[in-house]
Each structure stands twice: as structure tokens, then as C-alpha cells.
Write a protein that binds this ligand. Structure first.
Ligand SMILES: *Cc1c(COP(=O)(O)O)cnc(C)c1O
Length: 391
């Protein structure tokens, strides 16, 4: 049976209308290649927006994280600290490098990496007291990199994280995949790390269909990233190669979509933030429903409107019941990302912290957050939520 109601998606692409023009440019000039004028212009525009000097446009955010770890010289057996509550794409590249992820708990204000737990992880790793989940000890080693995430657009306590990372002299690979346009004290997410990553996947705040970028203030670093992402060819007339390369560059056709999308990014942020305010107003009548708050100069792009539901304060209604009720009304809602230290893939990985990530995950629901949601959509979402929350 088909549901007669139009599907309300979690976070669908939202075109500006100008994308086709840039795509036509690529076709008319026959730049149907993983390079070209759209890529160059998109790289400049994205670096400029984030407030850095250089960007490499790549095939995905995951590819950007992989190249980022390569640039930080992450080798097999190295330790890389990573936020546990995140999308698996933050952590998979650690495995691509043969390194060991050290997962760290969240704090309850932003749901992102807890700076205290992070410092504990650095100390344990350096002292040789860090353990795999099966109890086996990991030989003393200073972590090679730290991957904090700005989950669902909400900035992490990145200044605290950076101060600790600086103290121990460990570089930060900032996963800003979700948080294009978010900021702390006016400084954009993606500009705090030694290297940073943005994603333009189809469900992100702006999209190139699929794509990502690696950013840095160092020209030579980004030039090297572009080289690694195009099979690491040596400077030579011949096809000569001295190191392992990848085929990770962004297509000039897709970069055209990105150029048009960037022109409406600030509008998309306004629209997503307005969605969040509507949910906040609606949930004000209910106890036990919480989200992250913008404190200490933080501004979230509110990529996904995400809330935790405490069944003890909601007559037993839990996140699963909410998701099921919405899905039944043809409204897409999703659980939070299951923390990495609870994943079968990472079952033996070391973990530092308590159970904040786990509790947040259990209670969390991502609600429809698209920038084209209209009043009718919200009427449907709220009437469904009302029915389940009032029973
Ligand atoms: C989307 C996402 C990525 C990966 O981006 P892709 O472009 O899909 O490869 C990485 N980290 C986080 C937190 C993400 O949400």
C-alpha cells in the first residue's frame, strides 16, 4: 500500500536554480573532468567562506579525512583520538591507514568530544595505560592526531580541545562535515584544526551531489593533498610515482553545483535555524525533551534538528516510538549515530569516558530538517508528534 501523503524527508537537497547554469558551462566548454574552472573557483570560494586560504575539492568528506590523516603522517599502529558519537565516516579513514582509533566520550552540552576525557585519553596513551576493550594493554605512544566533530552542526568545545591539543603538541583534523557555516565567537567551524574537512554529500546543508573538501592555511599542504588525490604523480614528464596515491578529486561538473549552492548557503542556514526554533517552540510544552544550546559564543547551522526524549518524563514514550510514529505518517526521522565504541566494527577499540554518548544516542531523534520545509509539512510533523506525546 502506498501512503497518499507526500514523503517528508530528513534532509533532502535544496537547489538554488542556478546550478544548471554552471553545469551547462562545464558541458559547453567540455570540462567534463575531475579538474577545471569550476573546481578552481569552488575551492577558492569555499576556503574564503570558511576563512582559510586554501582548499582541495575532493570526491567526498571521507576521502578528505583519509587524505588529512595521510598528510599528518598517520602510519600503521599509530593512535588516533576520535569522537565516539559520530558518523562512521569520521573513523573509517583511521582504519584505512592501519591505525588504532581511540574513542572518546561526549559532554552533555554540545554532545561532542569531552575535552576532559580527551586529555585523559592522551595521558593514558602516552603513559602506556590505555587498554583495548578486551583488556590488553597498548604500548605507550603519543597519539598522532585528534578528530573532533561538530555533530549535527553544533560546534564542539573546540577552543578547549585546541588548547589541550596544543599543550601536548598533537595536530587536530577537524571534522566539520556537518557544520559549514557554524561558528564560535564569529570564527567558522573548519578553521580551528591544523586541517579540516567539509562534506557536500546529498543530505548536507549544501551539496555537490557527492563531494568534500580538505582545508588548510598552508598552500604547500593543500598542493600536496591535491597531488595525493590524483595518484601522487611526481613532477616529471613521465608517469613516475614515489608514493601511494588515490583518485579522490572532485569532478568539474559537480563543482559547478557547489558554486551555485554556496551562493545560497547563508539563506539555508537561516532556514534550518528557523526549523529548529519551530521545534523548540513546539516542545516547550513538554518536559524531558532537550537539545544542544548555543552557549559561549557558539552558533550552530542547525543542519539537523536533533532532540533527546526522556521516556521517564514522557509517560514512557521513547525515541523508538517517536521515530516509528513519524515513519508511519511518511515522515522520515532517524536515531542518532550509534557511538563508534558500541559498533561491532570497533568492538576491541580503546574507549575513554563514561556513558554520555551512549545515553544521548539512546534518547536521540533527528527530525525533518530540510531547508525547504513549509508550514503544511510542519503541521503534519507536529500533529503526529502531538498524537504520540499526548497518549
Ligand atoms: C557526512 C559526514 C562525513 C563524510 O562525508 P561524505 O562526504 O559523506 O563522505 C564525515 N563526518 C561526518 C560527521 C559526517 O556527517
Amino acid at each position: 500500500m502506498t501512503n497518499p501523503l507526500k514523503k517528508i524527508w530528513l534532509s533532502p537537497p535544496h537547489m538554488s536554480g542556478k546550478e544548471q547554469m554552471y553545469i551547462d558551462d562545464a558541458f559547453n566548454s567540455n570540462w567534463i573532468a575531475p579538474l577545471g574552472p569550476n573546481v578552481d573557483a569552488f575551492e577558492d570560494a569555499i576556503a574564503d567562506y570558511v576563512g582559510l586560504s586554501h582548499a582541495a575539492a575532493l570526491s567526498s568528506g571521507t576521502a578528505a579525512l583519509h587524505i588529512g590523516l595521510k598528510l599528518l603522517n598517520v602510519q600503521p599502529g599509530d593512535l588516533v583520538i576520535c569522537q565516539s558519537m559520530t558518523f562512521v565516516a569520521s573513523a573509517n579513514p583511521i582504519l584505512y591507514c592501519g591505525a588504532i582509533p581511540v574513542f572518546v566520550d561526549s559532554e552533555s552540552d554540545t554532545w561532542n568530544m569531552c575535552p576532559d576525557a580527551m586529555e585523559e585519553a592522551i595521558r593514558a596513551a602516552t603513559k602506556g595505560t590505555l587498554k583495548h576493550a578486551d583488556g590488553s594493554r597498548i604500548p605507550a605512544k603519543k597519539p598522532k592526531a585528534i578528530i573532533p566533530v561538530h555533530l549535527y552542526g553544533m560546534p564542539a568545545k573546540i577552543n578547549d580541545i585546541k588548547a589541550i591539543a596544543d599543550t601536548y603538541d598533537i595536530p587536530i583534523l577537524e571534522d566539520a562535515a556537518d557544520s559549514l557555516g557554524s561558528s564560535v565567537d564569529g570564527k567558522k567551524c573548519g578553521s580551528f584544526g591544523d586541517l579540516s574537512v567539509i562534506s557536500f554529500n546529498g543530505n548536507k546543508i549544501i551539496t555537490t551531489s557527492g563531494g568534500g573538501a580538505l582545508l588548510s592555511n598552508k598552500k604547500s599542504t593543500i598542493q600536496y593533498a591535491r597531488n595525493l588525490a590524483s595518484q601522487a604523480r611526481d613532477e616529471s614528464l613521465y608517469y613516475q610515482h614515489s608514493s601511494i596515491g588515490y583518485n579522490y578529486r572532485m569532478s568539474n561538473v559537480l563543482a559547478g553545483i557547489g558554486r551555485a549552492q554556496l551562493t545560497v548557503l547563508n539563506e539555508r542556514i537561516r532556514q534550518r535555524r528557523a526549523n529548529f526554533e519551530k521545534y523548540i517552540a513546539f516542545f516547550a510544552n513538554y518536559p524531558g525533551i532537550e537539545s544542544t544550546l548555543e552557549k559561549n559564543g557558539m552558533l550552530s547551522n542547525r543542519w539537523l534538528s536533533s532532540f533527546t526524549f526522556n521516556p521517564k518524563q514522557l509517560s514512557g514514550v521513547d525515541s523508538k516510538a517517536i521515530i516509528e510514529a513519524l515513519n508511519k505518517s511518511n515522515i522520515e526521522a532517524r536515531p542518532f549515530w550509534k557511538p563508534m565504541h558500541l559498533q561491532p566494527l570497533f568492538k576491541n577499540a580503546p574507549y575513554v569516558g563514561a556513558d554520555i554518548a551512549e545515553h544521548t544516542f539512546i534518547r536521540g531523534v533527528c527530525l525533518p530538517s530540510g531547508s525547504a520545509l513549509n508550514d503544511n509539512d510542519f503541521d503534519r510533523i507536529f500533529s503526529t508528534l502531538q498524537t504520540i506525546l499526548n497518549y
